[in-house]
Write a protein that binds this ligand. Structure first.
Ligand code: UGA
Length: 451
């Protein structure tokens, strides 16, 4: 394709960049993963990814290899897109994969190359990447760029193709020109490119995730207050979200945020700030509140039974940290299920795609065929992840299958009035339950009425 270049990469971004017409070679050390990809199998669950991969492989723009060296013969740019999990013990981002990839890239460089970090890395990592490359290859010129990714799991392809912004952190004009060329199709769609310094770009990524995690935690605490004072959190979210300065997104109260990004990025930003002697008290609160919340969700279930869960069977619908992914990392379901078991409950569970992953981390759970199999003879059903198929359950069938029609809806999928009609004792987040008389907390002040 005219104007296309070769890029080395291995993730959703790689497939989407190939879809723009560039040539992309994905490199991974994992032989099994690369063999699977070469056989047309996609090792992660991401809606739409298989079609994009297949069509770009067919058109000769996307290929997979374990050999980094040969990909750099022609590549104008190489993206580092490896994981940066929380380091065991201290919560800092583990950069060992990033630096291992950097060293390999350095040794394989053939000429001036733009090295782009897509991985979420703490401020200053780009400086270290550049130092490593210059030390190993003083003979080669490089530009090291930070180009963070803002893709959500389960919606990654949509997010890549319709970004709110593209952040490019470098002062190197050659690198800026190359990144502009890579993202030209998005720029034509008017996605703004924010050109900035490398350290600023690295911090933008963490600040964005930390801000969103804070927004969720804020509305979750407002939800708790709503339950006490007889207000409705969804209407509060709508009422504040209509203010353009606040915005309506990421105001869905729930069981706490999970996944492979928010929890680890909040932790890592707190650590970075501490290293620079800057306390991040708001984020420290976000981390604690969120961790406590996931387990506390089990109390919502036990409170329906006056705290007596021993011997009860609880059906859990949804194990992944959000819909449209098979990822259960730091999912609220994990802490919830463990807490339910600690309280003596038996747990049955169903998830449309996350059960294999869950089996690796959860013991003593009965995994079921479908939602109806899951609720059979259960004393309570808990909706933990808002998969589409849980939004349209046959509620009469669910009620009749259960030993006791109790639903705890941690994603506010259903309306309390409807659930009451179906005869459920229904508890949700930030709204009054249907199974108890309304107990309003008295206002802490009195008003003298003039007679
Ligand atoms: C998040 C960010 O949204 C992406 O922009 C970012 O690129 C990505 O992290 C990353 O750093 O790679 P992701 O973790 O895939 O994406 O999923 P989100 O949709 O952000 O959801 C995270 C958690 O927050 C989920 O557990 C979700 O249920 C929860 N959440 C989200 C809420 O409880 N309420 C909301 O209103 C939104």
């Amino acid at each position: 394709m005219q104007g296309s270049r070769k890029y080395a990469n291995c993730n959703v971004s790689g497939a989407c960049i190939a879809d723009f017409g560039h040539h992309v070679i994905c490199v991974d050390k994992d032989n099994i993963k690369i063999s699977a990809l070469n056989a047309g199998e996609i090792p992660i669950y991401e809606p739409g990814l298989d079609e994009i991969v297949q069509s770009n492989v067919r058109q000769g723009r996307l290929s997979f290899t374990t050999e980094l060296s040969e990909t750099l013969d022609e590549a104008a740019a190489v993206f580092i897109a490896v994981g940066t999990p929380s380091r065991r013990g201290d919560g800092h981002a583990d950069l060992s994969y990033v630096y291992a990839a950097t060293r390999e890239i350095a040794l394989a460089l053939k000429r001036f190359t733009v090295v782009i970090t897509k991985s979420t890395v703490p401020v200053g990592t780009g400086d270290e990447i550049e130092r490593i490359i210059r030390e190993l290859r003083p003979d080669i010129d490089v530009a090291v760029v930070s180009n963070p990714e803002f893709l959500r799991e389960g919606a990654a392809i949509h997010d890549f193709k319709h970004p709110d912004r593209i952040v490019v952190g470098t002062h190197d004009e050659r690198a800026r020109a190359l990144l502009a060329e890579i993202y030209r199709p998005l720029y034509l769609n008017r996605a703004p490119i924010v050109y900035t310094g490398r350290r600023t770009a690295e911090l933008i990524k963490y600040a964005a995730n930390a801000f969103l995690a804070t927004k969720i935690t804020f509305i979750n605490e407002i939800a708790d207050l709503c339950e006490r004072v007889g207000a409705d959190v969804q209407e509060v979210a709508c009422g504040i979200g209509l203010d353009n300065r606040i915005g309506p997104k990421f105001l869905h109260a729930g069981p706490g945020f999970g996944g492979s990004c928010f929890p680890k990025d909040v932790r890592a930003l707190i650590k970075t700030a501490r290293d620079h002697d800057v306390p991040m008290r708001i984020l420290e609160a976000v981390e604690t509140v969120n961790d406590t919340r996931k387990r506390a969700m089990a109390r919502k279930v036990s409170s329906v039974f006056a705290g007596l869960l021993r011997g009860k069977t609880v059906a859990v619908l949804g194990l992944t940290f959000k819909p449209n992914t098979d990822d259960v990392r730091e999912a609220p379901s994990l802490a919830l299920i463990t807490a339910l078991q600690d309280m003596g409950a038996r747990v049955r569970a169903y998830d449309p795609v996350g059960m294999e992953q869950a089996k690796q981390v959860l013991a003593d759970v009965t995994y079921c065929r479908d939602p109806y199999d899951c609720v059979e003879e259960a004393d309570a059903v808990v909706i933990v992840t808002e998969w589409e198929q849980f939004r349209a359950l046959d509620l009469e069938r669910v009620r009749d299958l259960m030993a006791c029609p109790v639903m705890v809806d941690l994603r506010n999928v259903y309306r309390p009035e409807d659930m009451k009609k179906y005869g459920f004792a229904y508890t949700s987040i930030g709204r009054l339950p249907t199974h108890e008389p309304v107990k309003l907390v008295d206002a802490p002040f009195s008003i003298a009425a003039a007679v």
